[in-house]
Design a protein around this ligand. Structure first.
Ligand code: HEM
Ligand SMILES: *[C@@H]1O[C@H](CO)[C@@H](O)[C@H](O)[C@H]1NC(C)=O
Ligand SMILES: *[C@@H]1O[C@H](CO)[C@@H](O)[C@H](O)[C@H]1NC(C)=O
Ligand SMILES: *[C@@H]1O[C@H](CO)[C@@H](O)[C@H](O)[C@H]1NC(C)=O
Ligand SMILES: *[C@@H]1O[C@H](CO)[C@@H](O)[C@H](O)[C@H]1NC(C)=O
Ligand SMILES: *[C@@H]1O[C@H](CO)[C@@H](O)[C@H](O)[C@H]1NC(C)=O
Ligand SMILES: CC(=O)N[C@H]1CO[C@H](CO)[C@@H](O)[C@@H]1O
Length: 354
């Protein structure tokens, strides 16, 4: 039957084209958790088919200028999702009404360049497709490309998130973004509140394979006394970077390969060279140690599990359908007339829902 239909030249050509499309698709087949209602991998196929290309092309150039931007964007998506769901609320600038999510203490070290890149991407996308792609989706795509362009897995991102209409309170930020001084019990409890398990905790912490931290984030391991779980040579180097408490110096999160998305972060942990208490604890604690060891010896296992856990994280309390809005300017909630326009104009989200 298949052979018979493939015998016409047109069918052969189609077959050939679909094989090429299959071979050319760079995403490997990963396992994904169930998709949240209202999200799909092909959400913008009709309304903005080029969106993923636009994001990738822009970031390829931007990372050439600023390698650290990849880490900045990956962390923004994490902070967005952990506080009040992946609704783009992290992207909002403070208003006269009160301090925004960006202004809460854990956000003080989010990179302004990452917010700027998301705003620029949204402007490019709007110019190409109109007002159809949410800022929360732009942030999720930018996080994926940050991983991929740093050497990590290329994976599919479920799309169709809507942007939130309110800031998270400072209190919400403080209770959902864990401090780097957390022990594994604290972390398992916090992740558990978001239906993420200890396995997700270990795989998502692998994001610390890229990026930097300020001395303040790990000074608890140096002052007043050296943390005995620190490798001695590693500790000596940290004291060179942070000779006294309260400097504004920074160091890399993964000493073995600071800019590459790989499994060397877990090798660091085996060597007692994890930077934060929250990192090193994953190896010290018997509940998470086997997973750390497993990832340290098998990068493809890490990539596979990272993709699964990132997809779970990327779907936390998403707004879909006609909830929220499609923000025009990722830094600001739409003005009332913009909001009416987006309702009247319609978009992928509403047509899917109806
Ligand atoms: C497990 C709990 C986590 C804790 C306690 C934690 C804590 C931190 C802290 C304190 C910093 C450094 C801030 C600074 O001093 O500048 C940091 C950086 C970073 N975090 Fe996490 N984080 C956690 C989980 C995650 C997750 C789940 C992701 C992403 C999936 C992530 C991605 C990053 C990245 C990429 C950086 C580097 C940012 C940059 O270079 O600008 N982290 N994290
Ligand atoms: C790259 O850097 C150049 C010079 O610093 C700047 O003019 C340009 O806007 C930057 N491009 C991006 C995409 O950030
Ligand atoms: C973990 O840290 C919390 C404080 O954040 C502390 O109350 C608890 O005793 C610690 N648990 C362990 C097992 O060290
Ligand atoms: C760190 O900061 C201190 C004081 O701010 C400075 O003297 C020192 O040279 C810095 N060290 C590094 C490695 O940047
Ligand atoms: C760091 O500075 C703050 C105030 O600027 C001070 O309260 C704190 O004690 C200092 N920490 C250390 C370890 O010196
Ligand atoms: C986007 O909103 C922010 C915050 O209100 C504002 O500062 C910025 O100028 C706006 N950008 C554009 C292009 O309108
Ligand atoms: C990137 C960003 O917006 N950071 C903000 C974090 O909070 C501080 C203090 O409120 C602001 O000054 C920063 O602009």
């Amino acid at each position: 039957m298949a052979a018979a239909s493939a015998s016409s030249p047109t069918a052969l050509l189609l077959l050939l084209l679909s094989c090429i499309a299959f071979l050319c698709s760079s995403s490997e087949a990963y396992d994904y958790p169930p998709l949240a209602d209202g999200l799909s991998f092909d959400f913008y196929d009709a309304t903005c088919p080029l969106v993923e290309h636009l994001v990738r092309l822009y970031l390829e150039q931007a990372f050439g200028n600023d390698t650290g931007l990849a880490a900045g964007l990956l962390r923004v998506h994490f902070h967005d999702c952990f506080v009040q769901g992946c609704d783009g609320s992290i992207l909002l600038d403070g208003s006269a009404g009160g301090p925004s999510e960006k202004d809460a203490p854990p956000n003080l070290t989010l990179r302004p360049a990452a917010f700027k890149a998301i705003d620029e991407l949204q402007a490019l996308i709007t110019a190409a497709c109109g007002h159809v792609v949410s800022c929360a989706d732009v942030a999720a795509l930018a996080a994926r490309d940050s991983v991929y362009l740093s050497g990590g897995p290329d994976y599919e991102v479920p799309l169709g998130r809507r942007d939130g209409l309110s800031y998270a309170t400072m209190e919400a930020v403080l209770s959902f973004i864990p401090p780097p001084t957390s022990n594994v019990t604290d972390l398992i409890d916090l992740f558990g509140k978001l239906d993420l398990d200890a396995y997700d905790l270990v795989s998502l912490s692998g994001a610390h394979t890229i990026g930097i931290a300020h001395c303040a984030s790990f000074e608890n391991r140096l002052f007043p006394a050296q943390d005995p779980t620190l490798d001695q040579t590693f500790a000596e180097n940290l004291y060179l970077t942070c000779p006294v408490a309260n400097t504004s110096n920074t160091t890399v999160l993964d000493v073995r390969s600071p800019d590459a998305f790989d499994d060397e972060y877990y090798v660091d942990l085996l060597n007692r060279k994890g930077l934060f208490t929250s990192d090193q604890g994953l190896y010290t604690d018997a509940r998470t140690q086997p997973t750390v060891t497993g990832f340290a010896v098998d990068q493809s296992l890490f990539f596979e599990k990272f993709v699964y856990s990132m997809t779970k994280m990327g779907q936390l309390s998403v707004l879909t359908g006609d909830q929220g809005e499609i923000r025009k300017n990722c830094s600001a909630i739409n003005a009332v007339d913009d909001f009416l326009w987006s309702v009247v104009d319609g978009d992928g989200g509403e047509s899917k829902l109806l």
